[in-house]
Design a protein around this ligand. Structure first.
Ligand SMILES: *Cc1c(COP(=O)(O)O)cnc(C)c1O
Length: 391
């Protein structure tokens, strides 16, 4: 033991500092970061404007309480509502907590409409977090195993399958909401078709269900838009954010629109830490920097470069099943488990991730440049070719 409970299979490596898309370990070795702390460090490492915003705010005020007004929280809420067409925000500290807020909102919405056992439709392979309720919503038996009894009130359907949702609508009068990732991240960079999202949103409207999108991983510029749902032209009732929102400080948000924004009343939900001055200053600095540096455009353009490079080098390679993604959220699905690639890439100075056993996942910081994408391809392509050839 190293003093820690044994919850992670960690790489035996620690970083001392970073700059932009680069990191250095304790031995002074340099790495290219194509993971961003799992879609968190959108601005890369040690972004000067973010560092300054955090330092300045820390010198002013770190925490008060939600017992009082928090002007920075109000500013951040207004900013996010303006970007997303939502009407209100609740701030918390993580993706799981933001989904918890959405689940509670949907249940309360149901009870307010006289639904006795409010039920939420969730997807196969979904990932919504590791608290008991979000774990129950998550579609991974591996993550759930050993933690039963799970929370009731979820019905699971296949992803990208509107008929399956219609079938639930016909037999279950207790449904109050659908919870969807526009692109499943942990589930293997699986993309919800635009028509499916549009039809699902329409079905929700017809049924008076809340259309809730978990954009914890896809949100805040990751896909080249502020929110991935914009690509489908859909505005949800509930929008869930976290990972990229604070560029590394822990912050989550559950935003709601229209009727959904009227559900919570004082006393229904809350948090001690959520939406404190420090994290809100960091999130505002993140949004400012993204606008100033046109990072949505960069995510789209570098994403095209990355996808095009991967496709031209790997499309015909036997063992490559699919190459897909949006913006800087890209997956290369192989025909066999490939976790070993993470270690091999590290040895070559590149941080990547493998999810769903067989999908190489790339989530570089939104500030990554053309040359760094080329470097990423130079390291990764031969690794994947070698892995498929050798095994
Ligand atoms: C990471 C993730 C979560 C969980 O966020 P935590 O901050 O780890 O609790 C929820 N939903 C999606 C889509 C995620 O990618």
């Amino acid at each position: 033991m190293n003093g820690l409970l044994n919850t992670y299979a960690r790489q035996p490596i620690a970083f001392t500092h970073g700059q932009g898309a680069r990191l250095w370990d304790e031995a002074g070795k340099e790495y290219l970061d194509a993971l961003s702390g799992i879609a968190v460090n959108g601005l890369g490492h040690a972004h000067p404007a973010l560092v300054r915003a955090i330092a300045d705010q820390a010198a002013q005020l770190i925490h008060t309480s939600n017992i009082y007004r928090v002007p920075l929280q109000e500013r951040l809420a207004e900013r996010l509502c303006q970007l997303s067409s939502m009407d209100g925000a609740f701030f918390c500290n993580s993706g799981a907590e933001a989904n918890e807020a959405a689940i509670k909102l949907a249940r309360l919405y149901g009870h307010q409409r006289g639904v006795a056992v409010p039920t939420i439709i969730v997807m196969e392979r979904a990932w919504h977090g590791r608290t008991i309720a979000t774990l129950s919503a998550t579609g991974s038996r591996k993550a759930q195993a050993g933690f039963e009894p799970l929370v009731a009130g979820f019905v699971r359907v296949p992803y990208n399958d509107l008929e399956a949702v219609r079938a639930v609508a016909e037999r279950n009068p207790d449904v109050v909401a659908v919870l969807l990732e526009p692109i499943q991240g942990e589930g293997g960079i699986r993309v919800a078709e635009a028509a499916y999202q549009q039809n699902l949103a329409r079905l929700c409207r017809e049924q008076n269900w809340l259309y809730m999108v978990d954009e914890v991983q896809t949100g805040i510029g990751r896909t080249g838009r502020w929110f991935a749902t914009e690509d489908a032209g859909v505005i949800p009732d509930v929008l869930i954010l976290a990972k990229g929102l604070g560029s590394g400080v822990p912050i989550g948000a559950c935003l709601a629109r229209g009727e959904a924004a009227q559900v919570f009343k004082p006393g229904n939900h809350g948090t001690t830490f959520g939406g404190g001055p420090l994290v809100c200053a960091a999130a505002l600095a993140t949004l400012d920097a993204m606008e100033r540096e046109s990072l949505l455009d960069n995510a789209r353009e570098r994403g095209h470069q990355l996808l095009a490079g991967l496709r031209s080098e790997l499309n015909d390679v036997v063992g490559v099943v699919d190459i897909r993604g949006h913006g800087l959220m890209v997956g290369v699905e192989l025909d066999r488990p490939c976790g070993i690639l993470v270690t091999q890439a590290l040895e070559q100075g590149l941080l990547i991730n493998v999810t769903s056993d067989k999908v190489v996942r790339l989530l570089p910081p939104l500030i990554i440049d053309t040359v760094q994408i080329e470097r990423l391809l130079e390291i990764l392509v031969p690794l994947i070719r070698g892995f498929l050839g050798a095994s």
